[in-house]
Design a binder for this molecule. Structure first.
Ligand SMILES: [Zn+2]
Length: 227
């Protein structure tokens, strides 16, 4: 159930829309709001441990490391704005315990348990994409076709990411039949921030400044959805 302090969200949204550096300023304004009104946001850094996800085409940089870096940036923004934040993982390790048979499913089930335990109001999973076609670029936000809330959240985040500088392509949000999109009835999205199979996207995603821009765009999109 999404219970939002409208006054709080409106204040934060106003700051974001005005283009002020949200990470610094939103926290000041959010202090006026009732903290209990603020939604709980689960930020899920995909993969981890022996499951690196996909690798950069030139540098072999691990998707799992990029996911974690962006997830931490995102958490900082939500936390500064006064939201309750839960990260499914905050280290390089996976959530599977050990690598015996079925570790991938155990990893996913643990993520679901975290989402259920904190009664998440929103779930944002961070991933990086790959494609056999090396020219494919840019972000794609995925949502479950059965969830209107997830669709709206995905569209807001996609629009925000499409406005990024850096030469990435404008894409549309897409439906996806993924486990992480079905862990809760709360709005849930998977943000594929870029293609590690594309050399230009790989270079951008390897840069801390660009990852901060990505986090800003995701945060902005989520605030627009909430407002
Ligand atoms: Zn992934």
């Amino acid at each position: 159930m999404l219970v939002i302090g409208k006054k709080a969200i409106a204040m934060i949204a106003g700051i974001v829309i005005c283009g002020v550096a949200a990470g610094i300023c939103a926290g000041i304004y959010a202090s006026d709001a009732d903290a209990s009104d603020m939604p709980t946001i689960v930020i899920d850094a995909g993969h981890g441990g022996v499951d690196a996800g996909v690798y950069g085409v030139n540098t072999k940089i691990k998707e799992s490391d990029i996911n974690l870096a962006i997830a931490k940036e995102l958490k900082g923004r939500f936390a500064n704005a006064g939201f309750e934040c839960v990260m499914t993982r905050s280290t390089a390790a996976g959530l599977y315990g050990n690598t015996s048979k079925g570790f991938k499913m155990r990893d996913m089930q643990k993520r679901r348990q975290i989402i259920e335990d904190c009664a998440a109001d929103m779930v944002i999973s961070v991933h990086q994409n790959t494609c056999p076609l090396p020219s494919r670029r840019g972000s794609h936000v995925f949502y479950d076709a059965e969830s209107d809330g997830s669709k709206q959240l995905a569209e807001h985040i996609q629009n925000s990411l499409n406005g990024l500088s850096g030469g990435v392509e404008s894409n549309t949000s897409l439906t996806g039949d993924y486990y992480m999109l079905k862990c809760t009835t709360a709005p849930s999205v998977i943000v594929e921030c870029g293609f590690l199979s594309n050399a230009e996207d790989e270079k951008l995603l390897s840069d801390g400044g660009y990852r901060a821009e990505i986090a800003n765009a995701i945060f902005k999109g989520a605030i627009m959805f909430l407002s």
